[in-house]
Design a protein. Structure first.
Lengths: 115, 163
Protein backbone atom coordinates (compact mmCIF):
# COMPACT_ATOMS: atom_id res chain seq x y z
CA UNK A 1 0.00 0.00 0.00
CA UNK A 2 1.22 3.53 -0.72
CA UNK A 3 0.44 6.84 0.94
CA UNK A 4 -1.76 7.61 -2.06
CA UNK A 5 -3.88 4.52 -1.31
CA UNK A 6 -4.14 5.54 2.35
CA UNK A 7 -5.25 9.06 1.44
CA UNK A 8 -7.84 7.70 -0.96
CA UNK A 9 -9.27 5.10 1.44
CA UNK A 10 -9.58 7.63 4.27
CA UNK A 11 -10.71 10.50 2.02
CA UNK A 12 -7.84 12.34 3.64
CA UNK A 13 -6.50 15.78 3.00
CA UNK A 14 -2.70 16.06 2.60
CA UNK A 15 -1.37 18.77 4.90
CA UNK A 16 2.27 18.77 3.84
CA UNK A 17 3.35 20.15 0.49
CA UNK A 18 5.65 18.15 -1.78
CA UNK A 19 4.58 14.87 -0.19
CA UNK A 20 5.73 11.80 -2.08
CA UNK A 21 2.44 9.93 -2.37
CA UNK A 22 4.20 6.89 -3.81
CA UNK A 23 5.96 6.31 -0.49
CA UNK A 24 5.23 2.73 0.58
CA UNK A 25 3.36 2.20 3.85
CA UNK A 26 4.39 -1.15 5.35
CA UNK A 27 2.19 -1.26 8.48
CA UNK A 28 0.21 0.91 10.90
CA UNK A 29 -0.45 1.66 14.56
CA UNK A 30 -3.24 3.74 16.09
CA UNK A 31 -3.17 5.40 19.52
CA UNK A 32 -3.63 8.64 21.43
CA UNK A 33 -1.09 7.73 24.12
CA UNK A 34 2.51 8.75 23.54
CA UNK A 35 4.04 6.02 25.71
CA UNK A 36 2.09 3.36 23.79
CA UNK A 37 3.22 4.73 20.46
CA UNK A 38 6.85 4.76 21.64
CA UNK A 39 6.66 1.19 22.91
CA UNK A 40 4.83 -0.33 19.99
CA UNK A 41 6.67 1.18 17.05
CA UNK A 42 9.78 -0.80 16.20
CA UNK A 43 9.70 -0.61 12.39
CA UNK A 44 8.65 2.03 9.83
CA UNK A 45 5.00 2.60 10.73
CA UNK A 46 2.04 4.74 9.67
CA UNK A 47 0.67 6.44 12.78
CA UNK A 48 -3.04 7.17 13.20
CA UNK A 49 -3.69 9.54 16.07
CA UNK A 50 -6.01 12.18 17.45
CA UNK A 51 -3.10 13.95 19.13
CA UNK A 52 -2.35 17.13 17.24
CA UNK A 53 0.28 18.83 19.39
CA UNK A 54 3.94 19.30 18.49
CA UNK A 55 5.06 16.42 20.72
CA UNK A 56 3.76 14.09 18.01
CA UNK A 57 6.50 15.46 15.77
CA UNK A 58 9.11 15.13 18.55
CA UNK A 59 7.94 11.54 18.83
CA UNK A 60 8.79 10.99 15.18
CA UNK A 61 12.36 12.07 15.96
CA UNK A 62 12.65 9.09 18.31
CA UNK A 63 11.00 6.33 16.31
CA UNK A 64 10.52 5.47 12.64
CA UNK A 65 7.20 6.98 11.54
CA UNK A 66 6.40 6.78 7.82
CA UNK A 67 3.57 9.34 7.96
CA UNK A 68 0.94 10.60 10.39
CA UNK A 69 -2.82 10.54 9.83
CA UNK A 70 -4.77 12.88 12.09
CA UNK A 71 -8.16 11.28 12.72
CA UNK A 72 -11.52 12.73 13.84
CA UNK A 73 -10.80 15.87 11.82
CA UNK A 74 -8.07 17.08 14.18
CA UNK A 75 -6.38 20.13 12.72
CA UNK A 76 -2.72 20.58 13.67
CA UNK A 77 -1.22 24.06 14.00
CA UNK A 78 0.82 25.72 11.28
CA UNK A 79 3.87 25.30 13.53
CA UNK A 80 3.34 21.55 13.69
CA UNK A 81 2.97 21.32 9.90
CA UNK A 82 6.18 23.31 9.42
CA UNK A 83 8.06 21.01 11.80
CA UNK A 84 6.85 18.04 9.75
CA UNK A 85 7.87 19.64 6.45
CA UNK A 86 11.36 20.31 7.87
CA UNK A 87 11.66 16.59 8.60
CA UNK A 88 10.12 15.37 5.35
CA UNK A 89 7.33 13.74 7.38
CA UNK A 90 4.03 13.52 5.48
CA UNK A 91 0.85 14.57 7.34
CA UNK A 92 -2.70 13.56 6.39
CA UNK A 93 -6.00 14.51 7.93
CA UNK A 94 -9.25 12.58 7.83
CA UNK A 95 -12.67 13.31 9.25
CA UNK A 96 -13.17 9.61 9.95
CA UNK A 97 -12.78 8.20 13.47
CA UNK A 98 -9.75 6.20 14.52
CA UNK A 99 -11.81 3.00 14.62
CA UNK A 100 -13.23 3.46 11.14
CA UNK A 101 -9.90 4.57 9.66
CA UNK A 102 -8.13 1.56 11.15
CA UNK A 103 -10.85 -0.79 9.91
CA UNK A 104 -10.71 0.55 6.37
CA UNK A 105 -6.93 0.27 6.17
CA UNK A 106 -6.83 -3.16 7.80
CA UNK A 107 -9.49 -4.62 5.54
CA UNK A 108 -7.59 -3.30 2.54
CA UNK A 109 -4.57 -5.32 3.60
CA UNK A 110 -2.50 -2.92 5.71
CA UNK A 111 -1.12 -5.02 8.56
CA UNK A 112 -0.63 -4.00 12.17
CA UNK A 113 2.95 -3.15 13.12
CA UNK A 114 4.91 -5.79 15.00
CA UNK A 115 4.83 -5.01 18.70
CA UNK B 1 15.59 9.20 50.67
CA UNK B 2 14.53 6.31 48.50
CA UNK B 3 16.59 4.53 45.94
CA UNK B 4 15.84 2.14 43.08
CA UNK B 5 18.25 0.04 41.03
CA UNK B 6 17.73 -2.21 38.04
CA UNK B 7 20.78 -3.62 36.28
CA UNK B 8 20.80 -6.30 33.57
CA UNK B 9 22.58 -9.26 35.26
CA UNK B 10 25.25 -9.56 32.55
CA UNK B 11 26.18 -5.88 33.04
CA UNK B 12 26.39 -5.89 36.82
CA UNK B 13 30.14 -6.22 37.12
CA UNK B 14 30.75 -3.55 34.50
CA UNK B 15 28.31 -1.11 36.09
CA UNK B 16 29.90 -1.55 39.52
CA UNK B 17 33.39 -0.79 38.24
CA UNK B 18 32.02 2.08 36.14
CA UNK B 19 30.69 3.86 39.22
CA UNK B 20 33.89 3.09 41.13
CA UNK B 21 36.26 4.34 38.42
CA UNK B 22 34.10 7.20 37.05
CA UNK B 23 35.78 7.15 33.60
CA UNK B 24 36.02 10.28 31.43
CA UNK B 25 33.43 10.32 28.64
CA UNK B 26 34.40 10.71 24.97
CA UNK B 27 31.60 13.23 24.45
CA UNK B 28 29.40 15.04 26.96
CA UNK B 29 26.25 17.03 26.20
CA UNK B 30 23.99 19.00 28.51
CA UNK B 31 20.44 20.25 28.05
CA UNK B 32 18.25 22.32 30.32
CA UNK B 33 14.67 21.02 30.71
CA UNK B 34 12.05 23.64 31.55
CA UNK B 35 8.89 22.91 33.53
CA UNK B 36 5.87 22.23 31.26
CA UNK B 37 7.70 23.38 28.15
CA UNK B 38 6.31 20.86 25.71
CA UNK B 39 7.53 22.77 22.69
CA UNK B 40 11.17 21.99 23.42
CA UNK B 41 10.88 18.87 25.60
CA UNK B 42 12.29 16.00 23.56
CA UNK B 43 14.85 18.12 21.74
CA UNK B 44 17.71 16.88 23.92
CA UNK B 45 16.82 13.25 23.25
CA UNK B 46 16.53 13.89 19.51
CA UNK B 47 20.01 15.45 19.48
CA UNK B 48 21.48 12.53 21.41
CA UNK B 49 19.93 10.13 18.92
CA UNK B 50 21.39 12.10 16.01
CA UNK B 51 24.82 12.17 17.63
CA UNK B 52 24.81 8.40 18.14
CA UNK B 53 23.55 7.90 14.61
CA UNK B 54 26.53 9.86 13.28
CA UNK B 55 28.77 7.63 15.38
CA UNK B 56 27.34 4.64 13.50
CA UNK B 57 25.44 3.04 16.41
CA UNK B 58 23.02 0.24 15.46
CA UNK B 59 19.46 1.40 14.74
CA UNK B 60 17.80 -0.84 17.36
CA UNK B 61 20.14 0.60 20.03
CA UNK B 62 19.31 4.10 18.74
CA UNK B 63 15.62 3.40 19.17
CA UNK B 64 16.12 2.18 22.76
CA UNK B 65 18.22 5.21 23.69
CA UNK B 66 15.72 7.61 22.10
CA UNK B 67 12.68 6.04 23.78
CA UNK B 68 14.25 5.81 27.26
CA UNK B 69 15.76 9.27 27.08
CA UNK B 70 12.61 10.89 25.70
CA UNK B 71 10.40 9.35 28.40
CA UNK B 72 12.80 10.60 31.08
CA UNK B 73 13.03 14.04 29.53
CA UNK B 74 9.23 14.29 29.41
CA UNK B 75 9.05 13.17 33.05
CA UNK B 76 11.26 16.08 34.10
CA UNK B 77 9.17 18.56 32.05
CA UNK B 78 5.83 17.12 33.20
CA UNK B 79 6.44 16.33 36.86
CA UNK B 80 9.21 18.61 38.14
CA UNK B 81 9.89 22.31 38.33
CA UNK B 82 12.63 21.74 35.75
CA UNK B 83 16.09 20.28 35.61
CA UNK B 84 18.86 19.17 33.31
CA UNK B 85 19.98 16.14 31.39
CA UNK B 86 23.64 15.26 31.02
CA UNK B 87 24.56 12.70 28.40
CA UNK B 88 27.96 11.05 28.50
CA UNK B 89 29.02 8.94 25.56
CA UNK B 90 31.73 6.29 25.99
CA UNK B 91 33.15 3.78 23.51
CA UNK B 92 30.79 1.03 24.59
CA UNK B 93 27.80 2.80 26.15
CA UNK B 94 25.81 5.93 26.82
CA UNK B 95 25.10 7.15 30.33
CA UNK B 96 22.35 9.77 30.71
CA UNK B 97 21.64 11.52 34.00
CA UNK B 98 18.47 13.54 34.63
CA UNK B 99 18.55 15.76 37.67
CA UNK B 100 15.55 17.90 38.52
CA UNK B 101 14.95 20.62 41.10
CA UNK B 102 12.08 18.91 42.86
CA UNK B 103 9.62 18.13 44.27
CA UNK B 104 10.72 14.47 44.36
CA UNK B 105 8.76 11.21 44.09
CA UNK B 106 6.61 10.17 47.07
CA UNK B 107 6.83 6.44 46.41
CA UNK B 108 9.18 5.10 43.72
CA UNK B 109 7.72 1.57 43.68
CA UNK B 110 4.25 3.02 43.09
CA UNK B 111 5.59 5.36 40.37
CA UNK B 112 7.18 2.34 38.63
CA UNK B 113 3.82 0.51 38.47
CA UNK B 114 2.52 0.47 34.89
CA UNK B 115 -0.63 2.59 34.71
CA UNK B 116 0.08 4.67 37.81
CA UNK B 117 0.35 8.37 37.04
CA UNK B 118 0.15 11.69 38.86
CA UNK B 119 0.01 13.67 35.60
CA UNK B 120 -2.29 16.69 35.57
CA UNK B 121 -4.94 17.43 32.91
CA UNK B 122 -2.63 19.57 30.78
CA UNK B 123 -0.08 16.78 30.59
CA UNK B 124 -2.76 14.16 29.85
CA UNK B 125 -4.24 16.26 27.05
CA UNK B 126 -0.85 16.19 25.36
CA UNK B 127 -1.03 12.39 25.23
CA UNK B 128 1.22 11.77 28.23
CA UNK B 129 0.28 10.49 31.66
CA UNK B 130 -0.38 6.88 30.65
CA UNK B 131 1.69 5.82 33.64
CA UNK B 132 4.11 3.91 31.43
CA UNK B 133 7.07 6.29 31.42
CA UNK B 134 9.27 4.70 34.05
CA UNK B 135 8.52 1.15 32.94
CA UNK B 136 9.31 2.13 29.32
CA UNK B 137 12.64 3.53 30.52
CA UNK B 138 13.38 0.35 32.44
CA UNK B 139 12.49 -1.92 29.51
CA UNK B 140 14.80 -0.06 27.16
CA UNK B 141 17.80 0.40 29.48
CA UNK B 142 20.59 -1.89 30.66
CA UNK B 143 20.83 0.06 33.91
CA UNK B 144 18.33 2.28 35.66
CA UNK B 145 19.01 4.07 38.92
CA UNK B 146 16.60 6.45 40.65
CA UNK B 147 17.27 8.41 43.82
CA UNK B 148 14.46 10.57 45.11
CA UNK B 149 13.26 12.31 48.19
CA UNK B 150 9.86 13.93 48.51
CA UNK B 151 10.32 17.64 49.20
CA UNK B 152 13.78 17.53 47.62
CA UNK B 153 14.44 16.26 44.12
CA UNK B 154 14.92 13.28 41.83
CA UNK B 155 17.99 11.99 40.02
CA UNK B 156 17.40 9.34 37.37
CA UNK B 157 20.30 7.83 35.49
CA UNK B 158 20.32 5.18 32.82
CA UNK B 159 22.86 3.29 30.76
CA UNK B 160 22.52 1.62 27.41
CA UNK B 161 25.31 -0.46 25.91
CA UNK B 162 26.10 -0.32 22.20
CA UNK B 163 26.73 -4.01 21.79
Amino acid sequence: MTLRDVAKLLEAEILTSETDLDRPVPCAFASDLISDILMCTKEPTLLLTGLANTQVIRLSDMIDITAIVFVRGKQPSQELVEMAVERGLPLLRTKLTMYRSSGLLYSSGLRSCAI
Amino acid sequence: MAEYWNIAPERKEFVESFFKDCPEPEVSLEFIITEKDFNTAGKGSAEIKNLLKRLGIDSEILRRVAVASYEAEINVAAHSVGGRMTSNVYDELIHIRFEDNGPGIADIAQAMTPGFSTADDLVREMGFGAGLGLSNIEKNSDMLHIVSERGKNTVLELMIFFG
